[in-house]
Design a protein around this ligand. Structure first.
Ligand SMILES: [Zn+2]
Length: 136
């Protein structure tokens, strides 16, 4: 049952967050859009610092490992992993007509969906790692 909650809560959060598109579609003020992008960035940075980096350093301290080493190595590997995915997966960023990743003849909508998927892979991994850590 814990597994169901562990999967359902992040799923609902993502679905509710992305449902905002139905309230703001085509009528969002550019300043509000910038503010919301900044807000989302703040939430993601806060979540990664307090829910991932600090617990990683606390766990390393408990295991008598150099406190900052696993978090730093994992952080850098995460950056490399996302850069690799960004260069491999064909996708299109918001407000851009220049596709990135491997060349592919895909619809613009498919390329946008792949861009969102690209960003959801690390989020899904973060949720999975935190959940797995809480189970043991
Ligand atoms: Zn990209």
């Amino acid at each position: 049952m814990e597994l169901v909650y562990g999967l359902a809560i992040p799923f609902l959060g993502t679905a509710l967050g992305s449902a905002m598109v139905f309230f703001m579609k085509n009528k969002i003020n550019k300043k509000v859009e910038k503010l919301l992008l900044g807000f989302a960035s703040g939430v993601m940075i806060a979540a990664s610092v307090w829910s991932l980096l600090i617990p990683s350093m606390d766990m390393a301290k408990e295991q008598s490992v150099i406190e900052w080493l696993p978090a730093t190595v994992g952080f850098l590997l995460g950056i490399l992993f996302l850069l690799l995915l960004d260069s491999l997966i064909p996708h299109l960023h918001l407000n851009s007509d220049k596709p990135e990743g491997l060349k592919a003849k895909l619809e613009k909508t498919t390329m946008m969906v792949l861009a969102v998927t690209l960003h959801n892979i690390p989020e899904g991994m973060a949720v999975g790692v935190v959940f797995a850590g809480a189970m043991f």
